[in-house]
Design a binder for this molecule. Structure first.
Ligand code: 57M
Length: 353
């Protein structure tokens, strides 16, 4: 909004720049979070106590977390919406797609969180999956029919390797969004565990989005030029600010969890951003932690069904490490370290082509 008001009407040149608006989007979301979280935490904790606490924590060291409020993701959603409405351009198609994904997946997660708070179970896995498919299809269709977008899948490390997937790209997009949403959700089981790698991925993708939206930079780095994707970097800066504000309170020992309202929406947004910037394969590298966490569950379930034995002490894999006796914050910080290294590898794909 401020772009249109201050640059287009009052000619304040500074507001033209993506970097300047991105920086302010980050600060807006971050400080809004710092101000509002203490109030929300107090309110939600009171409700959580009234309802008898979260009833699904089986591990000994998690029993004390029973009254830690969830649904922190609602505020992530709100601060990102406010900040991006303030700092992003309204004439950018991608911003509206991202806002749709953030709000739809966030609302689905919120309903699930709310149900879990009141009853033992949330929305059934089947219904949740169905709605994820529906929301992802809407976003994918919007991108698929958008005239300035194509159905090409690019490969990192090789500048001339790409395939036009045609109609299959539509289904591929749905898969990426839903898989990414569920992968972040599965990862979200220790203080700071999901938000850390998410923030690292968001940072890496804001660099990709900025470069892909710049004709000169993208051609120099052999990256596909995506007109309008620079604005996505402003949105991602808002998400980065909101996520940092959340981490302030979710760091060990957590005052609040993001809940499905946070994990489903952040994962879906990451998937959508990877699609917009044409870096779907790079998402699997940057978000390698999410991939490994998901694979650990798939392997555990299949192996158990086949042999009746477990391969990990408990899946997802962070519970395996807990069961080995490694302290929670050590597991989390080590996973952040791996995530930073993965992001550096992913960023190196920019030059190694
Ligand atoms: C998310 N949610 C946490 C919090 C968070 C198929 C199966 C692998 C599914 C999986 C599952 O249910 N995953 C969904 C896990 C829960 O956190 C809430 O959920 C939100 C995210 N959706 O934001 O609101 C608990 O996680 C802990 N937590 C933190 N800090 C955080 O910042 O400590 C979360 C955020 C919180 C808190 O204790 O209450 C959860 O685990 O319920 N299931 C599992 O993960 C279970 N694994 C399992 O059963 N493994 C089996 C099979 C099925 C693979 C096996 O290995 O044999 C674990 N769930 C629980 N305890 N509750 C097992 C241990």
């Amino acid at each position: 909004m401020l772009y249109h008001l201050l640059y287009q009407y009052f000619d304040v040149n500074l507001f033209k720049y993506i970097t300047f608006r991105g920086f302010l989007a980050l600060l807006t979301a971050f400080f809004l979070s710092l101000i509002i979280y203490p109030y929300i935490i107090k309110k939600l904790r009171a409700i959580q106590r009234l309802k008898g606490g979260y009833k699904r924590d089986f591990l000994d060291n998690h029993v004390s977390k029973r009254y830690t409020p969830s649904m922190g993701g609602v505020l992530i959603g709100i601060t990102v919406v406010v900040s991006s409405l303030l700092w992003c351009r309204f004439d950018n198609f991608f911003i509206w797609v991202l806002l749709f994904v953030l709000v739809s997946f966030g609302t689905l997660g919120f309903i699930d969180d709310w149900k879990k708070l009141n009853k033992k179970a949330g929305i059934s896995a089947r219904v949740k999956f169905l709605f994820q498919i529906i929301f992802a299809s809407v976003a994918s269709l919007a991108l698929y029919v958008y005239p300035k977008f194509n159905s090409i899948l690019y490969f990192p490390f090789f500048k001339n390797l790409y395939f036009d997937l045609g109609i299959f790209y539509f289904f591929f997009m749905i898969f990426i969004i839903v898989a990414s949403s569920n992968a972040v959700n599965l990862t979200d089981g220790l203080d700071g565990l999901a938000i850390g790698p998410a923030l690292i991925s968001i940072s890496a993708f804001s660099i990709f989005a900025y470069i892909a939206g710049n004709a000169v930079l993208s051609s120099y780095l052999f990256l596909p030029f995506i007109e309008g994707s620079g604005e996505v970097a402003v949105f991602l800066m808002a998400l980065l600010g909101a996520g940092l504000g959340f981490l302030w309170f979710n760091s060990f020992p957590a005052d609040i969890f993001m809940g499905d309202s946070g994990s489903l929406s952040i994962g879906a947004v990451l998937g959508t951003v990877a699609i917009i910037t044409k870096q779907e394969i790079v998402l699997a590298i940057v978000g390698g932690i999410f991939v490994v966490e998901t694979l650990s569950v798939i392997i555990q379930v299949f192996y158990y069904k086949l042999t009746g034995k477990r391969i990990f002490l408990m899946a997802p894999i962070h519970h395996h490490f807990e069961k080995l006796g490694i302290p929670e914050n050590k597991i989390v910080v080590r996973i952040w370290i791996i995530s930073i290294i993965l992001a550096i590898i992913a960023l190196s794909t920019l030059k190694i082509r």
